[in-house]
Design a protein around this ligand. Sequence first.
Ligand SMILES: [Zn+2]
Ligand SMILES: [Zn+2]
Length: 123
Amino acid sequence: MYQDRELTCRDCGNPFTFTVGEQEFYASKGLENSPRRCPECRRAAKSGRSDGPSRGGYSSGGGGGGGYGSGGGYDRAPRQMTDAVCAQCGGPTQVPFVPRGDRPVYCSDCYAQIRGSSYSGSR
Ligand SMILES: [Zn+2]
Ligand SMILES: [Zn+2]
């Protein structure tokens, strides 16, 4: 004889009833284990995992620490840095644009110097 059993869903933690009919169904399939999930979660698992409540999934890992943390501007292309030579000190530098040749390119140090000092004085 079968009788309804109260089980607890492994996924959502909600109690659900393992009905006599289901137990008979399971027995007819030769399954001796009781179901671990409530019918809702079973259905969700069957119909594809995409729209289920994805709690405790991959996203909340937190391990290495990537660089993407700031802001949500994912669609903006990463800034392309171009190798250039500083017109002042001759050292290699990188600029966030493609130098056309009609403008001198400075490394950050020299650029800061130039901005800071030389344009201030006008004799
Ligand atoms: Zn469930
Ligand atoms: Zn320089």
